[in-house]
Design a protein around this ligand. Structure first.
Ligand SMILES: [Zn+2]
Length: 203
């Protein structure tokens, strides 16, 4: 049964600090666990011993989801069509049944990796300069748009990569696709295949 809770009601939950505790439902402003952003005025179960938020009833989850979506940032770019095709081919090579969502996951994976290796990120302009001829602008100038929403932490990592590489957002995306081409499409056995297959499986 899905139950509607009211403020002042009591319950039981497990508190990380105190163990099994009795709780009281109260309206609170609750920060996201990654510290980025806050959901205002949601009903939560509060530990009667230490005051920590220890339970979130179903009625509060839509507000949390809405707030989380609001805190997502768009990553959008219009790229020469070959770049988007390469991205899709890489996804297909990793897992022929991968979902559309995996395209985003793969890009996010590369943003995250580059943000953790600023020396390598600094080389991204060189990656563009030495792109295979296939990736140079085609005569028909055909383009495709990529667009997805990422968390604030991925957006912050994107800015780290942009700073390290001195590239704008579009060129960072291009350079990541060129890396993906080099790591996944060209080799017989793609780099980090096992890890990437896992990523595809959960997307
Ligand atoms: Zn507690």
């Amino acid at each position: 049964m899905t139950r509607l809770y009211s403020p002042g009601e009591s319950g039981r939950a497990i508190c990380d600090q105190c163990g099994i505790v009795s709780t009281t439902y109260q309206y609170r402003d609750v920060p996201f666990s990654d510290g980025r952003g806050l959901v205002k005025d949601i009903l939560v179960g509060v530990c009667n011993c230490c005051g920590a938020v220890v339970a979130i009833p179903p009625q509060s989850t839509p507000a949390i989801k809405a707030q989380r979506e609001k805190s997502e940032k768009p990553i959008e770019a219009v790229l020469p069509a070959i770049y988007v095709d390469a991205l899709d081919l890489a996804c297909y090579k990793i897992d022929s049944k991968s979902s559309a969502e995996f395209r985003k996951k793969l890009v996010v994976y590369y943003i995250h990796t580059m943000a953790g290796r600023v020396d390598e990120a600094a080389q991204l302009a060189e990656v563009i300069r030495t792109a295979p001829a296939q990736f140079s602008p085609s005569a028909d100038k055909k383009t495709k748009r990529i667009s997805f929403k990422v968390t604030e932490s991925t957006d912050a990592e994107m800015r780290v990569v942009m700073n390290a590489s001195h590239l704008n957002r579009t060129d960072v995306l291009k350079s990541l696709v060129l890396k993906i081409n080099r790591d996944i499409i060209q080799p017989k056995s793609p780099k980090n295949l096992r890890e990437l297959k896992l990523l595809a499986a959960v997307s």
